[in-house]
Design a protein around this ligand. Structure first.
Ligand SMILES: NC(=O)c1ccc[n+]([C@@H]2O[C@H](COP(=O)([O-])OP(=O)(O)OC[C@H]3O[C@@H](n4cnc5c(N)ncnc54)[C@H](OP(=O)(O)O)[C@@H]3O)[C@@H](O)[C@H]2O)c1
Length: 293
């Protein structure tokens, strides 16, 4: 944008780097309607005198589907099998058994050899139980997993534990799903101690924001063969060439794509439109993450 613009309502580009180039040219903005669920870069940019709404709900299906896919792909060793397929060597099948022995720590001779693991019956700890977390739980229901839930505040029906109980729940989970916003409280929530509390071979799934996990500690845990991980988000982002995460074992990594599908934009724009209509009618907003002071 090469000129200043006087506007009341701003729908920023979903990519913060592009949106941040536009912001200095805008004057008079009173309402920001983000097309994303995560809005962590906006308050510090626009200040406290602007109301900010997110696209609550628009990412539910796509991000939940990514999460379930990432869990199944990891349990079914799809990254290894894709590698085997590309090598064109059927005899490498036995590597899946060795992988299972390494990640589970169970080296008993099993017959037939273990090639894949089951999701059914596993214990899933969900950290964050908002719009996307509930959708993930709905999609996981047919697998009869045992659900443990954590949010900021405790509640019942279903039982949700307060985040203060996270450490006592981590050792009970086969799979830990992070689906909470990046805030000063959640930054670095999963560090060396929390990773150390996870079961041998447990899977950490981060569909939320990279800085919720301390990257150095994660690299260490993965390289030590302690846990597995599936990440859609990293810290830093973009992940630079040569970063140690790229070479970690037992890691499935996608470049922040979980929320993106052809259905996303129309859904997010519809959410923004509803919010704009309420704003113009002076009605309470549904998705305000910051009210102007
Ligand atoms: N990878 C992607 O492409 C992608 C796509 C969409 C969204 N996301 C990320 O996913 C996040 C969650 O989205 P959502 O729509 O589900 O949000 P949401 O509906 O606002 O729910 C957030 C949940 O996180 C909990 N929470 C907040 N701070 C916490 C903390 N410090 N410790 C523990 N729990 C905490 C909340 O607890 P209470 O219920 O007690 O308030 C709530 O249950 C977004 O903020 C965004 O960063 C990523």
């Amino acid at each position: 944008m090469d000129h200043d613009a006087e506007i009341d309502v701003w729908i920023p580009d979903p990519y913060p780097t592009r949106a941040l180039r536009v912001w200095p040219r805008l004057r008079g903005v009173r309402l920001v309607l983000s097309l994303m669920a995560g809005t962590e870069w906006i308050p510090g940019t626009v200040g406290p005198h602007v109301t900010i709404c997110n696209a609550h709900g628009a990412h539910n299906v796509s991000t939940a589907e990514w999460t379930v896919s990432a869990i199944l792909a990891t349990l079914k060793s799809f990254p290894l099998y894709l590698d085997i397929q590309r090598s064109g060597l059927w005899k490498r099948r036995s590597e899946a058994t060795k992988l299972y022995e390494r990640v589970s720590g169970d080296t008993r001779p099993l017959y037939p050899p273990v090639m894949l693991e089951e999701l059914t019956g596993k214990t899933v700890l969900m950290v964050g139980h908002g719009a996307i977390g509930k959708e993930i739980e709905r999609m996981l229901a047919p697998f009869n997993v045992e659900m443990l839930r954590v949010a900021r505040s405790a509640r019942t029906e279903p039982l949700v534990h307060p985040v203060g109980e996270l450490d006592s729940l981590l050792p009970k989970a086969d799979i830990v799903v992070l689906i909470l916003p990046l805030t000063p409280d959640s930054r670095g929530l999963i560090g060396r101690r929390q990773l150390g509390l996870m079961r041998q071979g447990a899977i950490l799934v981060n569909a939320a924001r990279g800085p919720i996990v301390q990257t150095d500690a994660l690299v260490e845990a993965l390289n030590a063969g302690r846990i597995r991980a599936a990440l859609d988000v990293t810290d830093p982002e973009p992940l630079p060439d040569g970063h140690p995460l790229w070479r970690c074992p037992n890691l499935l990594l996608t470049p922040h794509v979980a929320g993106s599908s052809p259905q996303f934009a129309p859904r997010a724009l519809k959410t923004a439109e509803g919010e704009l209509r309420r704003y113009m009618a002076g009605e309470p907003l549904h998705n305000a993450v910051q009210l102007a002071i």
